[in-house]
Structure formats: C-alpha cells, structure tokens
Design a protein around this ligand. Structure first.
Ligand code: TMP
Length: 196
C-alpha cells in the first residue's frame, strides 16, 4: 500500500483543524500538525502569543527547525498509514514571507521537507473567519489585515505552483457550508484525483 501525505492549509478559522481530524479519522490515518508540541514548537507558541518577540528570520528558522524534527516522524508514520498534516511548509512560505522574510530564504532552510501528495487549501470569508475565532485570545497573525494578506499569499503560492504537491491542489471555500458538506467535498475530491 502506498500511503499518502495529505496537507491542510488555510487561514485561521477556515476549519482546517476540524476537517483534518475528520479526514484522518475517516481514512484511518494519523493526524499531525505544525507547529508541533516538541520543544521548538513550544518556543514558537510563546512567540505566537506575543509573550516573546523574535526577529522574523529567527522565527522562520524556528519553524524550519520544528519541521526538521517533524519530517522524519512523518516519513516513519507513512510506512503504515496515511498522514494528515494540519499546516506545513506552505504556512512558512505564506506567513514568514508576509513578515518580510525572502521566499528563497524560506525555501532554502526547508530543503529537507518531503513533498506532499496533495494540498487541501480551505478558504473562508474573512468576516466568517473572525466570527469563527470568536472572542478567544488572538495570536499575532490573527487580525483582519493579516488574514487578508494571508489569503492572497496562499493563492499566489498555489498559482505559481511553489513546491507543487504530486497530485496538485484541492481548494474549497468553506464559507456558508456545513462541516459535513466540506468533509464530503474533500472526500469526493480525493477520490476524483485517485488519492483514495
Ligand atoms: P495554528 O493556529 O494553526 O495552530 O497555527 C499557528 C500559527 O502559526 C498560525 O497563525 C500560522 C503560523 N505558522 C507560521 O507562521 N509558519 C509556519 O510555518 C507554521 C506551521 C505556522
């Protein structure tokens, strides 16, 4: 069996986490995410909460270091199961380049990353994204201006096929759709592409 590496990306509040967990359950895969719960991931979470400020390049290196520890684990898991990853290298390309880090620098420090089979990009109306996030404490990237930039940048990365996944992209607008509908649409698209 050839197990697949499926990556979810999208702006905050797009339903990525809910959908990646649902898909992973459905296909009996493993759910994993970035930033991870490892030591470096914990440092990153401190930076995201605004508790600790780092230079933008340092943050890019921290995300890459966290991923460097994660990739061998993903490779190992792919021997036995499909792997569904909630955020991956594309998040670095999008968020860190918006912060002003050169895309080439981001790509270079992430050279070890394995290519996913497919990238599922969940889009959502910015208003709906903000509503979905509700009143919870916001991380540094969770504001309207940033969400708009993030959405635009994802489309740019996808249009330019930067680090194109083997089976390409699945793009779904989750605004005004139920969780079940989005889940079914994802499954249908994966079947159409011959991934499932
Ligand atoms: P999460 O909210 O999906 O847990 O992700 C945490 C935040 O980290 C999110 O705002 C996106 C950001 N992020 C980056 O800036 N670069 C990265 O490489 C990754 C994986 C996440």
């Amino acid at each position: 069996m050839n197990y697949k590496f499926i990556v979810f990306e999208g702006i905050d509040g797009s339903g990525k986490t809910t959908q990646s967990k649902m898909l992973s359950n459905k296909i009996k895969g493993v759910y994993t995410y970035e930033p991870t719960e490892g030591d470096i991931g914990k440092v990153i979470r401190g930076a995201l909460s605004g508790k600790r400020a780092y230079r933008k390049e340092t943050l890019a290196l921290l995300f890459a270091a966290d991923r460097m520890e994660h990739v061998p684990i993903i490779k190992e898991m792919l021997k036995n199961k499909h792997v569904v990853c909630d955020r991956y290298l594309y998040s670095s390309m999008v968020y860190q380049s918006i912060q002003g880090v050169e895309l080439d620098f981001i790509i270079n420090i992430n050279k070890f990353s394995i290519r996913p089979d497919v990238l599922i990009f969940l889009d959502v109306d910015i208003e709906e994204s903000i509503n979905r996030m509700g009143k919870r404490d916001k991380e540094i990237f969770e504001n309207r201006e940033m969400l708009e930039l993030v959405s635009k940048k994802y489309y740019e990365i996808i249009k330019n096929k930067v680090f194109e996944p083997k089976y390409g992209y699945i793009i779904i607008d989750t605004s005004k759709k139920t969780i079940e509908d989005v889940h079914n649409e994802i499954i249908e698209n994966l079947r159409d592409k011959g991934i499932l």
